[in-house]
Design a protein around this ligand. Sequence first.
Ligand code: SAM
Ligand code: ZN
Length: 164
Amino acid sequence: MSLFRCPLCAAPLERAAGAYRCPGGHSFDIAREGYVHLLPPNQKHSALPGDDREMVLARREFLSGGYYRPLLNTLCSRILALSGETPALLDAGCGEGWYTAGVAQALRAAGRRPQIAGTDISKFALRTAARREKGAEFAVASSYRLPLADGGVDVLLNCFSPLA
Ligand SMILES: C[S@@+](CC[C@H](N)C(=O)[O-])C[C@H]1O[C@@H](n2cnc3c(N)ncnc32)[C@H](O)[C@@H]1O
Ligand SMILES: [Zn+2]
């Protein structure tokens, strides 16, 4: 079962080969890179919302330099201290998934069995995120209308991204 909910009827989504489906018959294709598009057209306020390809590439290059590793390490320590054996975690506005992957790695290295999801409004960011972290699920979605059940995650991570 997915952490995501159907953006049209809020029912639980099941991840099957090639698509996420809800019991109401709504279906959302999984892109080649592994992310799903859950942003309804009425929540899409421009043709290509969020960070564009160049911004994503520039940030990926910068983050790979390790300058923000101390922040990631602190976040991992806090999350490990605050969460249980099987935490459900959402990285909202996850960008290209550098923090998502880092946190996922730290939780698994500590013997936890997390369920991890990332959302961003930029498909360019999610192309990289979904390739980077295969053990998480990723969706194009707005942080102002997250496709989640109330109380659906134990940890909400938000690094430098807008949040309602
Ligand atoms: C400064 S970046 C931070 C990305 C990542 N969290 C990091 O720190 O590496 C901000 C991100 O927020 C995304 N974003 C902007 N508006 C958004 C919205 N309404 N809902 C979800 N994501 C949004 C952008 O596409 C971008 O990836
Ligand atoms: Zn539905």
